[in-house]
Design a protein around this ligand. Structure first.
Ligand code: HEC
Ligand code: HEC
Length: 191
C-alpha cells in the first residue's frame, strides 16, 4: 500500500494550510484531527492550556461538532469549507465520536452511581431539579443535549454564584455527580 509522507506536515498547520489544499483533501479523519484540531485540543483530544478536552463528553453529536467548527466559539477560529470540506467534516465528526468522545469518562459501578445520585440530591437538586430539568429562578436546566462534559460540570459547579457559598464538593465527588448526570443522557440515547 502506497502512502505519501504527509505526516511531516502535521505540526505546522498554519504555515502549510495555504498550499497543502490537495494534500489535506487526502488526509484520513484521524490525520485531519491531528492537523487541524490537535494543536489546541491535544492529539488524543485530552485538551491543552489552549482548549478544553473533547474526550470527556459522553457523546459529541455531529451537529454540535459541525456548529463549533463552522462558527468558531470564543478563542477558536472558524474553519471554512476551503479548509475543511463538508465531506471531510462528516468524517471528522464520526472519528471524534468513535475514537475520542467518552474515552476519558469515569466508569462507575452501581454503588458509585448511587453515591452520585445522593451527592446530586445533597448539592445540586435544590437549584437544578431532580433530573436536571432546572428550576425557574434557581438554576438552569442541565439535562441538555449534548450532555455537559465532565470538565464543564466541574467548572459549572465551581461558578461563583451571588447568594451562595462555594459548594464544598470535591472534584472526585463531582466526577460521581457527572456520571449520574450522564446516566440521564445515556437513558435518553437508549430510548
Ligand atoms: C486555535 C485553537 C483551536 C483549534 C485549532 C480548534 N479548537 Fe475547538 N475549541 C477551542 C477553544 C478555545 C474552545 C472553547 C471555546 C469556548 O470556551 O467557548 C473550543 C471548543 C470546541 C468544542 C466545544 C467543546 C466544549 O467543551 O464546549 C468543540 C466540539 C471543538 N472545539 C471542536 C474542534 C474541532 C473538531 C477542531 C478541529 C477541526 C477544533 N476544535 C480546533 C480552540 C480550538
Ligand atoms: C443555589 C443554586 C445552585 C446550586 C446548589 C447549584 N447550582 Fe449550578 N447553577 C446555578 C445557577 C444560577 C447557574 C447559572 C449561572 C450562570 O449562568 O452564571 C448554574 C449553572 C450551572 C452549570 C452550567 C454552567 C454553564 O456554563 O452553562 C453547571 C454545569 C452547574 N451549574 C452544575 C451544578 C452542579 C453539578 C451542582 C451541584 C454540585 C450545582 N450546579 C449546584 C445554581 C446552582
Amino acid at each position: 500500500m502506497e502512502r505519501c509522507p504527509r505526516r511531516t506536515r502535521r505540526h505546522d498547520p498554519a504555515g502549510t494550510a495555504a498550499h497543502a489544499g490537495r494534500a489535506t483533501a487526502q488526509l484520513t479523519a484521524a490525520e485531519l484531527f491531528v492537523f487541524r484540531c490537535a494543536e489546541c485540543h491535544g492529539t488524543q483530544g485530552e485538551g491543552t492550556a489552549e482548549a478544553p478536552p473533547l474526550n470527556d463528553f459522553l457523546v459529541l453529536p455531529p451537529e454540535f461538532i459541525e456548529s463549533q467548527v463552522r462558527s468558531g466559539p470564543e478563542n477558536m477560529s472558524a474553519f471554512t469549507e476551503a479548509e475543511i470540506s463538508a465531506e471531510q467534516l462528516t468524517l471528522l465528526s464520526a472519528h471524534i465520536q468513535a475514537e475520542i468522545a467518552g474515552t476519558n469518562l469515569v466508569s462507575v459501578d452501581e454503588d458509585q452511581l448511587e453515591q452520585g445520585r445522593q451527592l446530586w440530591r445533597d448539592f445540586c437538586m435544590e437549584c437544578h431539579g431532580a433530573r436536571g430539568q432546572g428550576k425557574n429562578d434557581f438554576g438552569p436546566p442541565l439535562n441538555v443535549w449534548p450532555p455537559y462534559s465532565v470538565t464543564g460540570i466541574i467548572d459549572g459547579a465551581r461558578l461563583p454564584l451571588p447568594d451562595m457559598p462555594v459548594l464544598s464538593v470535591t472534584d472526585d465527588e463531582l466526577r460521581l455527580i457527572a456520571a449520574f448526570m450522564h446516566s440521564w443522557a445515556a437513558n435518553s440515547i437508549a430510548e
